[in-house]
Design a protein around this ligand. Structure first.
Ligand code: PMP
Length: 356
């Protein structure tokens, strides 16, 4: 058995894999594969409609929100958001907390003025800045709720009247929060929602009215809304996998139920690491991510030994991102507690053997 700690694409529930495999051969007893049905058929329309409805239900979205399933990954949103809502006369505020947030504001600077209100670059993005001011005249304030690479997570929603835009790619649906406080949310599906190849966008209808016109159709949110995410052929299979994963989450008890499990996993991992002297946690305690735990070892030589022990135990996806080094344990929704138990046991053994 593998323990899959991949940062994304990452582990999905086993029952989703099983159901998706069946649908590749025979979708809903139609005698057709999910890969060969037209997207403008009632068969697929019901998949898309159910996916949208489940997103709204699980997140408790109000009637002012539109949910879209789009192509292009979260990286497309880095420029599509400012392309739709910024201009050379307008300003957007950004929080710079890591690789993805940096990419986002650099793309935005091509479309309008960008003010980086705070950055944690000074300490290799190992914390989330606080005490910064968000300029009242900003068109929106953008931040990344969970910094996948650096292992930090914002555990509160900033208190501001400026429209909030959030990249939730790596922690969406993992913990409860008032999602209606956000004007715009985007997330690549490949961590907590489903398969790679689709992007979830949640946008406030009123905010949408302020969007720029004259944009290429495929980059114009209003056209996507008018066409119900069917402006062109949507990523049919990726959306289908999202629907299955959302059904799984609903059956489990929704976000509150998964949040309890996610808290349990993160607590177990962090408290174990804190007690083991061979390991080091670089991230500020109050900003630790419950999705991606980053750690290093005091003795860099031992890192290779630890990694090969993990491999022997069937643990995959543990190498830290090249910009951070060390290790990263990704604990997305579908990761069972037993995988975290397995790695913490291994860490304790390892520390007993090599810790002095
Ligand atoms: N934002 C965050 C927080 C991410 O973790 C990632 C990918 N891991 C991205 C954006 C980019 O996503 P994509 O590869 O779907 O463009």
């Amino acid at each position: 058995m593998k323990h899959n700690f991949n940062a994304g694409p990452s582990i999905l529930p086993k029952e989703v894999f099983e159901e998706a495999s069946r649908a590749i051969l025979n979708f809903n007893d139609t005698g057709l594969s999910i890969l060969e049905i037209g997207h403008r058929t009632p068969l697929f329309e019901s998949v898309l409609n159910e996916s949208v409805a489940l997103m709204k239900e699980l997140m408790g979205l109000d009637a002012n929100k539109e949910v879209l399933f789009l192509h292009g990954g979260a990286s497309t949103q880095f420029f599509q958001v400012p392309m739709n809502f910024l201009s050379k006369e307008k300003k957007a505020a950004y929080l710079d907390c890591g690789v993805w947030g940096t990419k986002a504001y650099k793309e935005a600077a091509q479309f309008g003025r960008v003010e980086v209100v705070a950055s944690s670059k000074d300490k290799n993005y190992s914390y989330i800045p606080s005490g910064y001011a968000i300029p009242e005249d900003a068109t929106y304030f953008h931040y990344t709720t969970n910094n996948t690479i650096e292992g930090t997570q914002m555990h509160h929603i900033p208190d501001t009247s400026v429209p909030l835009v959030a990249d939730m790619s790596s922690d969406i649906l993992s913990c409860s929060m008032d999602f209606n406080k956000f004007t715009f949310i985007y997330a690549g599906a490949q961590k907590n929602i489903g398969a790679a190849g689709v992007n979830i966008v949640i946008v406030d209808k009123k905010f949408l009215q302020s969007a720029n016109s004259g944009l290429p159709s495929m980059l114009d949110y209003r056209q996507h809304v008018e066409n119900g995410s069917m402006l062109n052929t949507p990523p049919v299979f990726a959306i289908y996998v999202c629907m299955l994963t959302l059904r799984w989450l609903k059956k489990l008890g929704g976000i509150q139920a998964i949040e309890r499990l996610n808290n349990e996993k993160a607590n177990l991992l962090y408290t174990t690491i804190e007690e083991l002297p061979v390991f080091h946690l670089p991230v500020a305690k109050e900003n630790r991510s419950k999705m991606n735990a980053v750690f290093t070892m005091h003795d860099a030589e031992l890192e290779k030994v630890f990694l090969s022990r993990c491999k022997e135990e069937g643990m995959v996806g543990l190498s830290g991102h090249r910009s951070v080094g060390g290790f990263r344990v990704s604990m997305y929704n579908a990761l069972p507690l037993s995988s975290v138990v397995a790695i913490t046991e291994l860490m304790k053994d390892f520390s007993n053997k090599y810790g002095s």
